[in-house]
Design a protein around this ligand. Structure first.
Ligand code: GRF
Length: 191
């Protein structure tokens, strides 16, 4: 399974996927890494690892370029890993059930516009939740809305701050995303 990973930040999920492939837990290849812009940390790391990289802001107005790159590199699955930009509807429509995202809450709770980073965990704590988690879902044209593929619960502790909760959830993401991708890869291979 050839993956295109899209990221906007530190890229810790990207690195976890890269590591899972290296140790044989995920049978896949990273064919392409797309970052918001050239300054994104995850993109720099991908480049240093020798992966093929593209900056989204340089190609987003070039209609057809992204799809051409995806086709050229035989991408089977587009993996959003902390990608904060919206993909154009024509891209989303071109790849039904071929674009996945990870979100740090139990969707549909704490998803949607503005629900990213610490905002999610602040809202979870403010609501007095005792449980939060991680969701991997297919991407459609609305934020955090597509069909849920799988979820994993994470406890909220009494003395949690948004930062401690974020760290606990992120550690789960790093294991969970690769495991779900491995299952998707099997499904794609089985047709
Ligand atoms: C993760 O919490 C992910 O769930 C969300 O964005 C964050 C990305 O973190 N969509 P990183 O860049 O992978 O470290």
């Amino acid at each position: 399974m050839n993956l295109a990973i899209f990221l906007s930040g530190a890229g810790s999920n990207f690195l976890a996927i890269h590591e899972a492939i290296k140790v044989g837990r995920l049978d896949a290849r990273i064919a392409l890494v797309v970052g918001n812009n050239v300054g994104v940390q995850g993109l720099r790391v991908a480049h240093e690892l020798g992966l093929y990289t593209l900056a989204f802001d340089r190609i987003q107005n070039d209609r057809g370029r992204l799809q051409a790159e995806i086709q050229k590199r035989d991408v089977d699955l587009i993996v959003l890993a902390g990608f904060l930009r919206k993909l154009r509807p024509d891209i989303i429509r071109a790849y039904p059930r071929r674009i996945v995202n990870i979100h740090p809450s139990l969707l549909p709770k704490y998803g949607g516009k503005g629900m990213y980073g610490l905002n999610v965990h602040r809202a979870v704590i403010a609501a007095g939740e005792t449980e939060t988690g991680v969701t991997v879902h297919y991407v459609d044209e609305q934020y955090d809305h597509g069909e849920i593929i799988d979820q994993c619960a994470v406890p909220v502790l009494g003395d949690d701050t948004p930062e401690t909760l974020a760290a606990r959830v992120l550690a789960v993401e790093h294991v969970f995303y690769s495991a779900v991708l491995q299952r998707i890869g099997k499904e794609l291979a089985d047709g």
